[in-house]
Design a protein around this ligand. Sequence first.
Ligand code: ADP
Ligand code: MG
Length: 242
Amino acid sequence: MDAGSGIGMLENNNEEQLIQLQHIGKHYRLADKTLHILDDVCLRIAHGESCAILGSSGSGKSTLLNVLGLLDLPDTGNYRLNGIDVAQASPDQLAALRNQLIGFVFQSFNLLPRLSALDNVALPLTYRGIAPGQAREQAHAMLARVGLGERSEHRPASLSGGQRQRVAIARALVGKPALILADEPTGNLDASTAQEIMALLIELNREQSVTLIVVTHDPLIASQLARRVEVHQGLLREAGAA
Ligand code: ADP
Ligand code: MG
């Protein structure tokens, strides 16, 4: 992976807004039908903000998160991330932007089963070309920050669900991204572990001034973030206080 091709683009970061979505549309074509999942989505998120994306199952939350995370491009509209128009970026530049600016946290953790916790966390740094010794050192510090300093040599299978999600959070944050995108991060956890994971994400949002966006269908989870928006019938609306 060539991380270097995105560096020049990253310097264009003197914008107040980290995220600016204007009139975003995303549709899927199935046989003879077109499904309009996102119709006209507008959203601005400032650096350091925390925001929940709510919506019923199938409303398009993950579709929106995939657009925000540069995993999928919108069909219509304009997306500026950190001042960069993503439609102008090459696939290599998009990959570099993802690696440098964004940390992902998924419902099913998405850790590599054959790697230790430490090596899972070090992976984004390795992709950047950071030397293995230095990558492991930074990964260890990040694992310690999420409370797993003693478990770094464990593989995912010998960790609990909550511990696996902590490893995934460490992996998301180790590269000091501007943005954490979490898609139902507590969906596979019991209520008290879910609460611990949310508390950790919110602490890290404040402490590392990383912007935090959490997709959830759970109003209780959403109520812990500073702002809530809801996907509904292809549009996004401010959801107000929980
Ligand atoms: P949510 O995360 O809110 O549950 P999604 O964003 O995953 O919803 O999906 C929104 C809608 O788009 C669903 O109806 C889903 O079936 C459809 N969808 C998602 N991805 C695809 C795809 N690759 N092809 C066709 N339809 C899709
Ligand atoms: Mg989803």
